[in-house]
Ligand binder design. Sequence first.
Ligand SMILES: Nc1nc2c(ncn2[C@@H]2O[C@H](COP(=O)(O)OP(=O)(O)OP(=O)(O)O)[C@@H](O)[C@H]2O)c(=O)[nH]1
Length: 300
Amino acid sequence: MFDGLRKSSAKLADSFTSVFTKERLDASDIAELEETLIASDMGAAAAARISTALADQRFSKENGALEAREALAIEVARILKSREATLDLTDGPKPRIVLVIGVNGSGKTTTIGKLTKNLTDAGAKVVIGAADTFRAAAIEQLKVWADRAGASFVASTQGADAAGVAFETVRRAKQEGADVALIDTAGRLQNKSELMAELAKIIRVMRKVDEDAPHETLLVLDATVGQNALSQVENFRSVTEITGLVMTKLDGTAKGGVLVALAQRHAIPIHFIGVGEKAEDLQTFDALTFSRALVGLNAQ
Ligand SMILES: Nc1nc2c(ncn2[C@@H]2O[C@H](COP(=O)(O)OP(=O)(O)OP(=O)(O)O)[C@@H](O)[C@H]2O)c(=O)[nH]1
């Protein structure tokens, strides 16, 4: 985690150390801190909240920078804590039906692959549905993950009806007594009404097999897009219910602070974060571990 967030923490640390060299911060230090936090993609509301909290604290002359960093991690974690929610897909209804949505390239396919590997390693039976029928490579990529993990795989040809694939995936998961069904979707529709119609159709058709489907709708966000992730949440939220978030590619960006902006703005659980391309790089989101890594402190 610490390594995965190195780019984000390095950016924050650079400007941060220069602010905290005093026992108490004056108004201009606070303003500088607030700017630093905004520049790290945390958003104005979270930056103001954190700066105000730090303004009331005192730090020692000798060790101020470290103490301030510890205090910052605590304040960041305070915002993130309410969004922390472990998602154990092997628990609850069987099969647990999970729809994975997000814009094109956000990391949906890779996230499903990683989840599948982690679930099958833990002994769960998984069925993957390649309902992203827009891109042949996405279907191929998913098949590789499915084969590697020994998961069942449902796909059709490129351009086929996505809802048909989703239907068959849920049917197969029931038939095989699977624990989890993970369904990949396409995020590349032309406009909002098309996206809404497509997702609504997928859900309607899945419900013919299981009236509670989907049990989870995970929105996958790419951290490298920074503040744009906020508008993606708004867009998807307006077309369907989102039960949880996954933020990928945190290792490839200095914009990791955007997760704080998201937590401040949207009351949606953050389940997983991606800090690399391997299955073990998909980690359960833990507010304090993330916050400490973000400000450049090792986990405790
Ligand atoms: N470094 C890094 N790369 C990631 C992570 N998650 C996904 N990627 C990479 O991001 C790229 C896009 O991921 P995909 O999983 O293909 O994205 P998608 O949302 O399925 O894209 P479409 O199929 O085009 O809709 C791939 O090259 C992945 O290997 C991550 O956490 N870290």
